[in-house]
Design a protein around this ligand. Structure first.
Ligand SMILES: [Cu+2]
Length: 222
């Protein structure tokens, strides 16, 4: 009896242990499965979180582009030269503000198909000056000057050394001039058109003397 009794509790214990073990095995598997599912869920959440973070960062970058730090941004200033008024041509968007060190894309679309050749010392403004690469793209072609007889207007900022001659548009059409420049000085600079595109005997009346038609301001901030 004694050996049996002695073996009894031991056997029960063993059986219990085995039972626990047998019983514990599916629990362990379930626990492992739950663990795997949980860690997968965490991984998915982390990946989704990272992706969402990337998207947010990209959105921030895109929305920040127009006002990004100097030296890294590219901004576009679009102007038009309209002729749809009885008094002659005029520029739109005549005052703009940029930052020193950023690349400014100046895009000027002229609807003026009449030429106003430069005269006297202003004849030098038939050349493109102060742009990236020393050129402008006019009607899709990169050029470094406009034949003086074809000049219709200029966009000239003496204080920034920038000059864009605007050729006359094809009859009844428009021409777009695009150039890039990087302002390096801060301050408020006057730009003006040097082509005698106004009225009167010296062609300096009308649009040329109307404030804000053929002249304006470029503010360059730090
Ligand atoms: Cu003009």
């Amino acid at each position: 009896m004694t050996p049996v009794d002695a073996a009894g509790p031991a056997g029960r214990a063993a059986s219990t242990v085995r039972g626990r073990h047998v019983l514990g095995s599916p629990l362990a598997v379930v626990a492992i499965l739950v663990g795997i599912v949980a860690s997968l869920a965490v991984s998915v959440a982390v990946v989704a979180g990272v992706a969402s973070g990337v998207r947010t960062a990209t959105r921030r970058l895109r929305s920040a582009t127009p006002v990004a730090a100097p030296g890294h941004a590219t901004v576009t200033e679009s102007m038009s030269i309209l002729t749809a008024n009885p008094f002659g041509p005029r520029y739109t968007h005549t005052s703009w503000t940029v930052r020193a060190g950023e690349t400014v894309v100046v895009e000027i679309t002229s609807y003026d198909d009449g030429a106003a050749p430069l005269t006297g010392p202003q004849t030098m403004y038939d050349a493109v000056l102060g742009t990236v690469g020393g050129t402008e793209v006019a009607g899709g072609k990169a050029i470094s000057s406009v034949p003086n007889g074809d000049v219709s207007h200029t966009f000239t900022v003496v204080g920034l050394g920038l000059n864009l001659p605007i050729p006359a548009a094809p009859t009844g059409k428009s021409v777009t001039v695009v150039a890039r420049f990087v302002p390096t000085r801060t301050g408020t600079f006057t730009w003006q058109c040097y082509a005698p595109c106004g009225s009167g005997s010296n062609a300096m009346g009308g649009p040329m003397s109307a404030k804000g038609w053929m002249e304006g301001r470029v503010r360059v901030l730090q």
